[in-house]
Ligand binder design. Structure first.
Ligand code: SF4
Ligand code: SF4
Length: 111
């Protein structure tokens, strides 16, 4: 069974929230990762995602509402398949390429 599909990490300053959308299973690890401190809600990653897998959501960051990119709920448990056409293990995918603040990254490791 895949592990839980979101994981949230608070850094040492306890302000930044890094959200991992995806899971690890017997074949590897598959996560789209959004750093809420760097994300400015510009929407460029959403415009450039060929699978329409991303959206802007309101998230509480250090008790303040902030617009940040996230993976749509319906794609979180099947991210390995949703993102497969972008070949994240071989090249930088469009979401990462389009993000000037470098707020979105991929962790894609096959075992
Ligand atoms: S392109 Fe980067 S900064 Fe803009 S919404 Fe996407 S993750 Fe956030
Ligand atoms: S890897 Fe491709 S399909 Fe997955 S979120 Fe990024 S642009 Fe969209």
């Amino acid at each position: 069974m895949p592990k839980p599909y979101t994981r949230k990490t608070k850094t040492r300053r306890r302000k930044i929230m890094i959200v991992y959308y995806g899971y690890a299973d017997g074949s590897g690890e598959y996560y789209i990762v959004v750093d809420s401190e760097k994300c400015n809600g510009c929407g460029e990653c959403i415009k450039n995602c060929p699978q329409n897998a991303l959206e802007i959501t309101i998230m509480m960051v250090d008790l303040e509402e902030q617009q940040v990119a996230s993976v749509k709920e319906e794609h979180r448990k099947k991210i390995k398949y949703t993102c497969a056409p972008c070949k994240p293990e071989q090249k930088t995918p469009p979401c990462v390429m389009s993000c000037k603040p470098k707020a979105i990254t991929c962790i894609w490791k096959r075992v």
